[in-house]
Ligand binder design. Structure first.
Ligand code: TEU
Length: 551
């Protein structure tokens, strides 16, 4: 049984990965077709975004039935085949469980609406305040108030996300039993991993209070009871099995909470996703703005999480990209002038850190934001709402487009670019979301024949399995004041790995820290010229290097 810390996860957004039947929407059979490709990368787990029955208002994060496959994606037989074919190649499946809320089309919500008290207690329903205003002043993460009228009653239901995503009441033991049943159902089908959506939001207080900031995050994020619920979920479901990999997606969490969620002694989760390092291009904490990213802040946050989780024996999920984020190469790299260098730099920075690396589909070929020019090219509910809100604030159409083009979640959801064929080889039909124009230059087929980014990913994945200093070593950030290099040292039983990551174009010469001078070292991996380490080193545009120092 391989060690959990040696594993690498590959994220598949099924809607955009590979369409096997020509309806323009990716599907499970499409994933099965690509198993040889995925196995070739050397990844261990395939995380699939939700493919359960859903009205698709939030691309499947609005689940209407947790134990059935949406016909859009295929059948249960397809799913079973996917599990067994992946297993044959040594890969496990990680399912995306959206347990904080259900779709308002879920049977439970419908029965609640029809007046069944039992199901009304599954959700968070409250009366208006005495003055007739909403139960609290919280806002939805997708814009507008977090409360909506519950049918024609005088109650309101809580929805932290879209109005069609109603928050469940985890304080109700019957709800927790339902959740355990769902997770056990998939465990019995051979699933070996779970990603739990916004799982640090499940613990709402009994009495819900207005927030001073008028937003509300502090009122429902990381409540102590969320830890209790997670421990119970662990004990009643995946904790009863060996080696199930679990990752909690944590909205606005903190290092101490991260430690608590992922320290094995607490029996909650294997690891967590935190997002602070991906908010360094927000102006005053606001996503829908356009500013240069703050490199010093990026370094500082990565360092804090590495240090803190290392000390507390927690475990980070390591990532730049996912289905909610613009493409990192467009954000922190230079896909025009330094395409291969910046793709590899980003890969290495993450893959040599302490934690579990996640690769988001297309990252391994350097896929970029699509730079859509038309507002009608965007389909994401969050983006559409943001457009309206920015318009109300008085911004001009072009200003809004400039922001959306950089920040929309659709940036990462464009179809996977397999080849130079029609629609990038993703579908023979009309793709549900427009393919990025650059698929002629950036695609898997071309990358496999003349590129070197996939090869680089393969080496990084393999190194993690070969070297304890990568999978288990502790972490220490160095040169923290350097304005263009993020440098760190990993150490395991006297062996040390020095990693230097240069995030800008202008070459820079750095003095090698004294502790590494006059010692013999080996150039382990880098995206530039292989060379010995002297007392100083000049790093070229977007260069990354790693030197190994023996015991
Ligand atoms: O996302 C949770 C979340 O709060 C963010 O990642 C959010 O999408 C982003 O901050 C918007 O700027 C998860 C899923 O990953 C996302 O796709 C879902 O829409 C959301 O939960 C609701 O289920």
């Amino acid at each position: 049984m391989s060690n959990m810390h040696e594993k690498v996860v590959y994220q598949i957004y099924p809607k955009s990965f590979n369409d096997s039947d020509g309806n323009g929407i990716g599907d499970l059979r499409g994933v099965i077709e690509k198993i040889p490709y995925l196995a070739g990368l050397g990844v261990d787990m395939l995380w699939l975004n939700p493919f359960f029955i859903s009205p698709q208002n939030d691309n499947g994060y609005d689940v209407a039935n947790y134990t059935e496959i949406d016909p859009l994606f295929g059948t249960m037989a397809d799913f079973d085949e996917l599990v067994s074919k992946a297993k044959e190649k040594g890969m496990g499946l990680m399912l995306d469980m959206v347990l904080n809320h259900t779709s308002t089309e879920h049977e439970w919500f419908q029965k609640a609406l029809a007046g069944e008290k039992k199901y009304q207690d599954y959700y968070i329903l409250r009366e208006a305040k005495e003055d007739g205003s909403l139960p609290t002043n919280w806002v939805s993460k997708f814009g507008g108030p977090a409360w909506a009228k519950f049918g024609d009653t005088d109650q309101y239901y809580l929805h932290l996300f879209d109005v069609t995503q109603a928050d469940l009441d985890w304080r109700n033991p019957e709800v927790r039993e339902e959740m355990f049943k769902i997770v056990n159902f998939w465990l019995e089908k051979g699933v070996t991993g779970f990603r739990f959506d916004v799982i640090n939001l499940i613990g709402k207080d009994e009495v819900l209070l207005d927030a001073e900031d008028g937003v509300g995050k502090g009122r429902y994020t990381d409540r102590p009871i969320a830890h209790e619920f997670l421990h119970e979920l662990n004990q009643r479901t995946f904790g009863r099995y060996e080696n199930i990999m679990t990752v909690g997606e944590m909205s606005s969490t903190t290092v101490p909470n991260g430690v608590q969620y992922s320290n094995p002694k607490n029996e909650e989760l294997s690891m967590i996703f935190s997002f602070h390092h991906l908010k360094v291009d927000y102006e005053n904490g606001e996503k829908w703005t356009k500013v240069d990213y703050d490199f010093m802040e990026l370094k500082k946050i990565l360092d804090e999480w590495q240090e803190g989780m290392s000390k507390g024996n927690g475990w980070n999920a390591l990532f730049w990209n996912n289905h909610d984020q613009p493409r990192a190469i467009s954000r922190f790299g230079d896909p025009v002038n330094h395409f291969e260098a910046s793709a590899k730099l980003q890969a290495q920075t993450i893959h040599l850190l302490r934690g579990t690396p996640y690769i988001y589909q297309g990252e391994e070929i350097g896929m970029t934001n699509p730079n859509y020019s038309d507002i009608h090219d965007f389909v994401d509910v969050e983006t559409i709402n943001a457009y309206e809100e920015l318009k109300e604030k008085g911004l001009e159409h072009e200003e809004i487009m400039d922001i959306i083009r950089e920040k929309s979640r659709d940036n990462s959801r464009t179809p996977m670019q397999w080849s130079n064929d029609l629609h990038a080889g993703f579908t023979t039909g009309e793709p549900w979301l427009k393919v990025a124009d650059n698929y002629h230059e950036i695609n898997v087929e071309k990358e496999l024949s003349t590129g070197s980014i996939i090869e680089y990913y393969k080496r990084l994945i393999a190194l993690r399995k070969e070297m304890k200093v990568i999978s288990e070593g502790n972490y220490r950030g160095i040169l923290m004041d350097h304005p263009s290099v993020y440098a760190y040292v990993r150490e395991y039983e006297g062996e040390e790995l020095l990693v230097l990551n240069h995030f800008y174009e202008e070459p820079v010469t750095i003095e090698v820290p004294e502790e590494f001078q006059n010692r013999s070292s080996k150039y382990l991996i880098g995206n530039g010229k292989e060379r010995e380490l002297g007392s100083s080193i000049t790093l070229e545009a977007f260069e990354t290097v790693a030197y190994l120092f023996g015991k």
